[in-house]
Design a protein around this ligand. Structure first.
Ligand code: SAT
Ligand code: MN
Length: 593
């Protein structure tokens, strides 16, 4: 291994972690297909993976997690800055010294009987000046497979690292094996679950969970929590945003970034098939955007990831045909249901369940059993390369120029289908004001309305008030004419019977069209107290029961909303930028006028 690694601080760190964790073997990942195949066969033998039917799903596997390890665990996620104030009121905080002490205890001997994998990976296109290198040490072969699908991983990343800096991340399932002890299919240790970030020394430690964002440290831990801190210090943005390219029937193309909380439809929007004739969407990314200003003063975005970790339930040929094509092969399915003929099934897949299934719990499942066959946060992991509408510029080292930024959440009322901010400062206020009903992506109650500023509540690595200030500062870095316009959307309004008012999915192209034409200076808008709403949305060939209600602004409800926000913003004390406060006051005034 030493011969393959030229970076002395990487060698030293691996030695340190090896001494602490006492694995029985070490494996430096090269990222090759042989390595991937070797690990999958070993996991099939161990009973962790089940190969799917080679005709229906070539190169794909089914995997079940432990029932208590199914989503991100926000209550066990910590930002360990020297000062509590720097983690801010929305993060769990522990002092670095105290956390380090705890971690040394928890990680001591934690990899006994297991293989320690070293995963060098690159977040962002190889060779891009915006890309960053991370190295994850893990004792989970499942993590290795996911990291290969989700990032540029192995020798290429190691080569790009050279002698340069990297973000170290240590991950363990937290289940050491005694000599001769047989492993379980999904080892995890909920009792010790801790996901710790050190924003000042730029390190990540995670133990006890093998699932998603808890364990794939390149994703939320690095590309959002640590990267948001890098962005603050270096003048760029790390955001929980999809990136899509939108082409008009005339062949003009614009790029749009959009932030929605987890499991609110980012993947569906990023890969959308527009119902409006002549319009085309192409996908740059479905979860994370790193954005910085280019020499021309415009904001450019790269997708630091190279794959999708998408929510399976609800994904069908009707809702997201491009995702269905993407996951037709070489895909890892976690916590969906398995059919007797080794195919996958989930609620909302668009076809009836066969008579018998094996549920995500490994139990035999029958229609009408009352419990879902697939876990609501079951996922597919797949490389972006397989996306049939992968944007030709998705790997451009420069990134793509962003014309519009969209914020949104899951709101059954109050927020109209779409509105436009007056300017960047007002748009920043809109981002700060996002609330959304909770989903299965995080452990805890579902459907509960909570504030989720910029859809970054679980992902901001520093004081959220300072993060608002960073957004405001970014808006001053370039001419106002170069800044993307900022929008707020809500696909999830319901009527009094609890039915959705808007069909969503491909029909959202009507909203994208309006945004596109606003940015081009073509579409007209009506000024309201909350922002600009469309004078006219393209409702051609669609029946919408109550179009006026989609854009209705209920003043009383909005006044309540502002009162709620006043209360919420107090949380940030003197970290709340005065501009956010004055935007809220201005909104109140407009609502009362
Ligand atoms: O588990 S993940 O954090 O990767 C998914 C999500 O919550 O967005
Ligand atoms: Mn996400």
């Amino acid at each position: 291994m030493r011969e393959r690694i030229k970076n002395p601080s990487l060698i030293q760190w691996i030695e340190e972690i090896t001494a602490l964790c006492s694995p029985s073997k070490i494996h430096l990942c090269d990222g090759s297909e042989e390595e991937y195949n070797q690990i999958t066969s070993q996991m099939v033998k161990a009973g962790t993976l089940v190969p799917l039917d080679a005709k229906k799903h070539p190169g794909s596997f089914w995997c079940r997690s432990h029932p208590d390890d199914v989503a991100r665990v926000e209550e066990n996620t910590f930002i360990c800055s020297e000062k509590k104030e720097d983690a801010g009121p929305t993060n769990n905080w522990k002092s670095p010294a105290e956390m380090k002490k705890k971690l040394i205890e928890l990680f001591g001997g934690c990899m006994k009987g297991r293989t320690l994998y070293v995963i060098p990976y690159c977040m962002g296109p190889l060779g891009s000046p915006s890309s960053r290198i991370g190295v994850e040490i893990t004792d989970s072969p499942y993590v290795v497979l996911n990291m290969r699908l989700m990032t540029r991983m192995g020798d290429a990343a190691l080569k790009q690292l050279g002698n340069g800096p990297f973000i170290p991340g240590v991950h363990s399932v937290g289940v050491p094996l005694k000599p001769g002890q047989k492993d379980v299919a999904w080892p995890c240790n909920p009792a010790v679950r801790t996901i710790a970030h050190f924003p000042e020394t730029r390190a990540i430690w995670s133990i006890g969970s093998g699932y998603g964002g808890n364990a794939l440290l390149g994703k939320k831990c690095f590309a959002l929590r640590i990267a948001s801190v890098l962005g603050r210090d270096e003048g760029w943005l790390a955001e929980h945003m999809l990136i899509l390219g939108l082409t008009s029937p005339e062949g003009e193309k614009k790029y749009i970034a959009a932030a929605f909380p987890s499991a609110c439809g980012k993947t569906n929007l990023a890969m959308m098939t527009p119902t409006l004739p002549g319009w085309k969407v192409e996908c740059v990314g479905d979860d994370i955007a790193w954005m910085r200003f280019g020499k021309d003063g415009r904001l450019y975005a790269i997708n630091p990831e190279a794959g999708y970790f998408g929510v399976a339930p609800g994904t069908s040929f009707k809702t997201n045909p491009n995702a269905m094509k993407t996951i037709s092969r070489n895909t890892l399915f976690t916590n969906v249901a398995l059919t007797p003929d080794k195919d996958v099934w989930w609620e909302g897949i668009g076809k009836e369940a066969p008579l018998h299934l094996t549920s995500w719990l490994g139990e035999s499942w029958k229609l009408g059993s009352g419990k879902p066959a697939a876990h609501p946060n079951s996922r597919f992991t797949v490389s972006s390369k397989q996306c049939p509408i992968y944007d030709p510029k998705a790997e451009d080292p420069k990134g793509v120029p962003i014309s519009a930024i969209i914020f949104g959440g899951r709101r059954s009322s109050v927020i109209p289908l779409v509105f436009e901010s007056f300017n960047w400062q007002h748009g920043t206020f809109l981002g700060a004001s996002v609330s959304s009903e909770t989903t299965a992506a995080a452990k805890g109650e579902m459907g509960k309305l909570r504030h989720d500023p910029f859809a970054m509540l679980p992902f901001c690595g520093y004081n959220m008030g300072d993060y608002f200030a960073h957004w405001l500062a970014m808006g001053k870095k370039t001419d106002a004419k170069n800044l993307p316009r900022i929008y707020y959307v809500n696909w999830f309004q319901k009527n009094d019977q609890g039915e959705y008012l808007w069909p969503g999915y491909g029909e959202n192209s009507r909203v994208l069209k309006w945004i596109f034409e606003r940015v081009s200076g073509k579409a007209k808008a009506i000024e309201t107290p909350i922002g600009y709403i469309p004078e006219k949305l393209d409702f051609s060939e669609i029946f919408v029961k109550d179009p006026a209600r989609l854009f209705h602004i209920d003043r009383a409800a909005w006044i309540k909303e502002t009162e709620e926000l006043s209360h919420y913003f107090k949380l940030f004390g003197d970290h709340l930028p005065k501009e956010i406060h004055s935007e809220l006051e201005a909104l109140k005034k407009r609502l009362f006028s």
